[in-house]
Structures are given as structure tokens and as C-alpha cells.
Design a protein around this ligand. Structure first.
Ligand SMILES: O=C(O)C[C@H]1C=CC(=O)O1
Length: 96
């Protein structure tokens, strides 16, 4: 199943630079692990916002939740998930 996921990140103002750098480093390691697995297919920055739009190819809603909630910044995100399927007029055979 293909999911389009928008993640808005809200970093608490009280965090030190060191704490933020630690989270960002672990966030990178985790998201790149999923990207290398092939399940996290696209990761784009939303221009002008601390947000991303991602395309995740997960087997089920449970697996999607496992992927997203493994991110260290997960507790600090507002997340919108849209499940998509092939459009009947799409000329490409594959969705991704
Ligand atoms: O920076 C972000 O958008 C948050 C986060 C989600 C994936 C990733 O690598 O970082």
C-alpha cells in the first residue's frame, strides 16, 4: 500500500543545540535505514517549512505506524497520512 505522509516538525524551544543535533543525527540514521530498505520511497522538504512530504510503501497501516513511530522526532510531529491507489487514467503501470 502506498501512503503519502506529511510530517510537520515542532521542536520545543527549550531544547539545547546539542540535544537538537543529537535528535537530527538519529533522525537521519533512522529515515535513511528505511529509505535503504526501499519502503520509504520519496522524502521531500516542503519549501519554507520544517515539514516533509514522504511516500512510503508499507504492507499495512501497522507497518506504516512502525516506520513513522520509529523516528526519534515522532513525538514532536503533526502527521497527516493519505492512502493512495492507482488512478484509472494513469498511463504508467507502476505507482512508484
Ligand atoms: O526533517 C524532517 O522532515 C523530519 C524527519 C523525517 C525524516 C527525516 O529524515 O527527518
Amino acid at each position: 500500500m502506498i501512503y503519502v505522509v506529511e510530517m510537520d516538525v515542532n521542536i520545543p524551544e527549550s531544547w539545547s543545540e546539542d540535544k537538537l543535533a543529537d535528535y537530527i543525527k538519529r533522525e537521519q540514521e533512522t529515515s535513511q535505514k528505511w529509505q535503504k530498505s526501499g519502503k520509504w520511497v520519496y522524502l521531500w522538504r516542503v519549501a519554507g517549512k520544517y515539514s516533509n512530504i514522504s511516500v512510503i510503501d508499507a504492507e499495512s497501516p501497522d507497518e506504516l505506524h512502525q516506520i513513522i513511530s520509529s523516528l526519534p522526532l515522532f513525538p514532536y510531529m503533526n502527521i497527516k497520512v493519505t492512502s493512495v491507489c492507482k488512478h484509472p487514467n494513469a498511463i504508467r503501470e507502476t505507482m512508484i
